[in-house]
Design a protein around this ligand. Structure first.
Ligand code: SF4
Length: 237
């Protein structure tokens, strides 16, 4: 089976436990205002690879990630837009005893239940906690990701929540309280939340692509404040 990838990273340190082989899939249906990978958006570009090729590459790096308690992460873009491709690779990984992780906004198509059977950990990106906020920040319909949330609840797959914190948009105590309730109600198996401070490191890519950044003029989020919010609301979940 063929898939389209943006890139392959052999020593990922931020997308799941230990050292990870990270496959960044090409294509995304969302347009998050804070996205630092706008080059991943176009479903028609990227590099075409087969599941055999990606699995062989993963195997080559296995000695590095396995020793560290790591594994394989599929990120993006949105890996669920190429769900069947990810499923093929994850099936091979699970047969070989390799830890699998899916970094997703939950915006793909179809039935996710089989894929979740082969997924050890989901890093689930919450964009907003209501339909209006969701549309504003990522241009999507929240009901699409809610279908994924339902599959996630039914699977019981271990989940870590990720939320990008943006000055003036969702860095208030009020938002954090709502986020906490939203997670409890919709993704109850989540035992950990990561608050990621918005940064400006992807801005040069917008310039290169000739795209107007969604958060032009918004400063980077203060890391100390982000950590305070984490401690106050999510440290002891
Ligand atoms: S879901 Fe991820 S890749 Fe897609 S636009 Fe949002 S941040 Fe970017």
């Amino acid at each position: 089976m063929e898939g389209r990838i943006l890139s392959f990273e052999s020593m990922g340190l931020v997308d799941g436990p230990g050292i990870r082989a990270v496959v960044f899939m090409q294509g995304c249906a969302l347009r998050c205002a804070f996205c630092h990978n706008p080059e991943s958006w176009d479903c028609g570009s990227g590099q075409t690879v087969t599941d055999e090729e990606i699995y062989a590459k993963i195997q080559r790096f296995r000695p590095y990630f396995e020793r560290s308690g790591g594994g394989v992460t599929f990120s993006g873009g949105e890996p669920l837009l190429q769900k069947d491709f990810v499923l093929e690779v994850f099936k091979r990984c699970k047969t070989a005893g390799i830890h699998t992780c899916l970094d997703t906004a939950g915006v793909g198509a179809g039935d996710y239940s089989e894929l979740l059977q082969y997924t050890d950990l989901v890093l689930y990106d919450v964009k907003a906690v209501d339909a209006e906020g969701y549309r504003k920040i990522c241009g999507g319909d929240i009901s699409v990701t809610e279908k994924f949330q339902k599959a996630l609840r039914e699977s019981g797959t271990e989940t870590v929540i990720r939320q990008v914190v943006i000055p003036g948009i969702n860095d208030s105590d009020e938002y954090m309280k709502k986020l906490k309730i939203y997670i409890k109600e919709n993704i109850p198996q989540a035992k950990k939340v990561e608050l990621l401070p918005y940064h400006l490191m992807g801005l040069h890519k917008y310039k290169k692509l000739g795209i107007e950044p969604g958060l032009a003029g918004v400063p980077a989020m203060d890391k100390v404040r982000t950590n305070e919010l984490y401690k106050q609301y999510f440290e002891n979940m």
